[in-house]
Design a binder for this molecule. Structure first.
Ligand code: NAD
Length: 265
């Protein structure tokens, strides 16, 4: 038995994703990169909608070199024009958009500081990318999903919202907004068999060094989980693929916390 699910292991369970077109925003690194690889391992076409062109292309190459299907579409999710261009490009190439994972966010680069020290410009930029970005991407994929009478929208919110973590209030506000948007969006699109759900990951450790969790906080976070080990991006793969699959057709408007049991509701 393996207590650590590998993305490849989980991907084998989701053969129904074969041939689906999955846009994963911010997939140039971290969680998005792992999710993009997992979708491709299921036989889906992963669209890497990433702001950093070099990183987006590197992940695309990684997937293609491993025998998967991927497509790099340099995108700024905070720009209406850029998002429209990306979705038009995907539709031109593949004629469909089945899955959208709103994963892009200002996160690993955030400075932790009390809210009275957050410059207004930074506050607005975080909300613009993390909330408006998800709104713009969701709005742009809707025509294709409605046409198909099938769709999956997954927001990457955060468990930090339920913990009331201090010192990045703009980030908390943005992830709280995503969680709040989930139920309302789900109601508006359910009649077209489009589901909308959010995942609230716990502190998830990726290849990217970040300032939002100190080594001392990491030890404390792990000690509060039922499963006392560091959460990795692979731990999110099973939930994301399930929410993207046919199997979750009647599950919508939900926020699923994937944090090793750190919080219970
Ligand atoms: N890692 C964690 O502990 C954790 C926990 C809960 C939620 N999340 C959320 O999961 C998502 C991924 O987390 P991560 O750890 O991989 O973050 P990360 O900061 O390592 O990666 C974010 C990615 O988004 C891209 N991006 C930023 N702005 C963009 C824009 N305007 N348009 C397109 N792409 C843009 C970045 O270039 C980067 O590749 C984020 O939304 C984050 O808030 C992460």
């Amino acid at each position: 038995m393996n207590a650590y699910p590998t993305a490849a292991m989980v991907a084998r369970d989701f053969a129904s994703l074969q041939g689906r077109v999955a846009i994963i925003t911010g997939a140039g690194q971290g969680i998005g990169r792992v999710l993009a690889k997992a979708f491709a391992q299921c036989g889906a076409i992963s669209v890497i909608a990433e702001l950093n062109a070099a990183k987006g292309e590197a992940v695309t190459k990684e997937i293609v070199d491993a025998g998967g299907k991927a497509f790099a579409a340099t995108t700024d999710v905070s720009s209406e024009d850029s998002v429209a261009d990306m979705v038009a490009l995907v539709e031109r190439h593949f004629g469909r958009v089945d899955i959208l994972v709103n994963n892009a966010g200002i996160f690993s680069t955030l400075e932790m500081r009390p809210f009275d020290q957050i410059p207004l410009e930074e506050w607005e930029r975080v909300l613009r990318v993390n909330v408006t970005g998800a709104f713009l991407c969701s709005r742009a994929v809707l025509p294709a999903m409605r046409r198909a009478g099938w769709g999956r929208i997954i927001h990457m919110a955060s468990g930090a919202v339920t913990l009331g973590r201090p010192n990045y209030l703009h980030y908390i506000a943005s992830k709280g907004a995503l969680a709040g948007m989930t139920g309302s969006m789900a109601r508006e699109v359910g009649a077209h068999s489009i589901t909308v759900n959010a995942i609230l990951p716990g502190a998830t450790f990726t290849e990217i060094e970040r300032k939002t969790v100190t080594p001392e906080q990491k030890v404390r976070i792990i000690s509060q989980q039922c499963i006392p080990r560091a959460e990795t991006a692979d731990d999110l793969v099973g939930t994301v693929l399930f929410l993207a699959s046919d199997s979750s057709a009647f599950l919508t408007g939900q926020c699923l916390t994937v944090d090793g049991g750190a919080t219970h509701r």
